[in-house]
Ligand binder design. Structure first.
Ligand code: DHK
Length: 160
């Protein structure tokens, strides 16, 4: 069975493509979702994709993912740096979690440099721009050993 992936996006990502394009680029969140949905069948994955400006709603989706997803990909946005509630919710989830940032947060200003969320996730992807979502989907499916057998061994298992 293919991987069931939940992709969550935090505050202000609904303004992707408009907000600070010199940092986040000009691709909209709608375009990101469309690209993720187009990619999903190529890795035999199914997808839930959400965005909220509200911490509690993100917590609700993380809790719900326990029953409906095998892996979570989360761009916590501004909550990366503040949210104990999101950390606590992610600790309840038993599958792999990938934290994703469009920008390279390590090269950002002091406010955007130290994600608290990173301490409870399996992997962090940042600085790849919107393409990071596609990479994260592939990596999540790989972590679950759920990539299609037809894909090259280097994609399915990496160097051995
Ligand atoms: C998006 C945000 O909104 C910021 O608060 C994060 C992240 C970085 C991103 O690069 O996707 O610091």
């Amino acid at each position: 069975m293919g991987a069931r992936l939940t992709i969550l996006n935090g505050p202000n990502l609904n303004f992707l493509g408009i907000r600070e394009p010199h940092i986040y680029g000009t691709t909209t969140l709608e375009a990101v979702e469309a690209s993720c949905r187009a990619f999903a069948p190529h890795i035999d994955a199914t997808l839930a994709f959400h965005q909220s400006n509200h911490e509690g709603e993100l917590v609700d989706w993380i809790q719900a993912a326990r029953g409906s997803a095998d892996a979570i990909i989360i761009n916590p946005a501004g909550y990366s740096f503040t949210s104990i509630a999101i950390i606590d919710a992610l600790k309840i989830f038993e599958g792999p979690i990938i934290e994703l940032h469009i920008s390279n947060i390590h090269a950002r200003d002091a406010l955007h440099r130290h994600s608290k969320i990173s301490s409870v996730v399996r992997a962090v992807i940042c600085g790849l721009g919107p393409y990071g979502y596609i990479v994260a989907m592939q990596a999540a499916a790989q972590m679950l050993d759920a990539l299609p057998a037809a894909l090259p061994p280097a994609m399915r298992s990496g160097p051995r």
